[in-house]
Design a protein. Structure first.
Length: 243
C-alpha cells in the first residue's frame, strides 16, 4: 500500500542545527571572553559538542530530565560547579546567539511544497515540544505539520520503536503507510526501519560515507530525491547518488 504520510526529524534534517550551533557557540564564547582558554575555535566547539553528546545520551536513556541535561552540558563544558540558576542563565545567553543564525536547509521548502497535496506531515523529535514548537514557528514551517511529537513529552525516544509507533498512532495509519525522514543512520534510519516504517536516511554531504549503512533505510543525499522515492508525481525525483 502507498505511503500516506511523512514524519520528519528536525535537527540536521529540516533545520541546519550543526551550522547554527557552531556559529552560535562561536559568537557566545567570544561574548563570554572564553576563547582564550582554547587553542582554536574548533577545539572549543568540539568540547561543547562532546558535552552535548554525553548529556544527550543520558537524557535519551532516561537518566536526566531535558532541563538537567542542558545544565550538565554547561557544567561539563566550563568545568565549574554552577547552581541551576547560573547554568540556566549561561545556556540562555548561548541560545540568544544560536537562535540568531537559525535557518532551514535550502531543499526543505521545495520538497514540502511538492508533497503538500499528496502526503500528510508530522514531526517526531528527540527534543522537547517547547523547543521544537518554537523553532518551527520561527522558521515559518510550523503549520506544515499536523502534530509535533517530542521525546520529552512522550517519555520515549528514538530509536525505540514506541516513539515511531506513537507518531503512526496519532496519524491513524499503520507503520507501512508512513515514511520517516531523519539524518542519523542508527537513531533515525535503523530505528524507523525496525519499527516497520519506510525509513529514509538523509546523509547530507556524505558525512557518513565511510561507514557501512544500516540495513533497512533508504539512503539519500538531498530531499529533492524524496518525492521520487515516495512515488509522487512532482518535478523532483533525481535518482539517489548512493544507489
Amino acid at each position: 500500500m502507498s505511503i500516506q504520510a511523512v514524519v520528519w526529524d528536525v535537527d540536521d534534517t529540516l533545520f541546519d542545527y550543526t551550522t547554527a550551533d557552531r556559529l552560535g557557540m562561536r559568537a557566545h564564547l567570544t561574548a563570554e571572553d572564553l576563547l582564550h582558554r582554547y587553542d582554536s575555535v574548533e577545539q572549543a566547539i568540539d568540547r561543547w559538542r562532546e558535552a552535548t553528546h554525553l548529556q544527550w545520551a543520558r537524557f535519551s536513556a532516561g537518566e536526566a530530565t531535558f532541563e538537567d541535561q542542558r545544565r550538565e552540558r554547561v557544567r561539563v563544558f566550563l568545568d565549574r560547579d554552577l547552581t541551576d540558576t547560573e547554568a540556566d542563565a549561561w545556556f540562555q545567553r548561548y541560545v540568544t546567539h544560536y537562535e540568531a543564525v537559525w535557518a532551514l536547509f535550502p531543499d526543505v521548502l521545495p520538497v514540502l511544497d511538492a508533497l503538500s497535496a499528496t502526503h500528510r506531515h508530522a514531526v517526531l523529535s528527540n527534543s522537547s515540544l517547547h523547543v521544537q514548537d518554537r523553532k518551527l514557528r520561527a522558521l515559518g514551517v510550523h503549520d506544515r505539520f499536523e502534530t509535533i511529537l517530542c521525546a520529552a513529552e512522550l517519555g520515549i525516544s528514538k530509536p525505540e520503536a514506541g516513539a515511531f509507533l506513537a507518531a503512526c498512532e496519532f496519524l491513524g495509519l499503520p507503520p507501512h503507510q508512513v515514511a520517516y525522514v531523519g539524518d542519523h543512520p542508527e537513531i533515525d534510519g535503523r530505528g524507523a526501519a525496525d519499527a516497520g516504517l519506510l525509513s529514509v536516511w538523509i546523509d547530507r554531504g556524505g558525512l557518513y560515507a565511510t561507514i557501512d549503512p544500516p540495513v533497512g533505510p533508504h539512503r539519500i543525499a538531498t530531499l529533492a530525491e524524496l518525492p521520487s522515492l515516495l512515488g509522487s508525481d512532482t518535478r523532483f525525483g533525481a535518482p539517489s547518488t548512493f544507489g
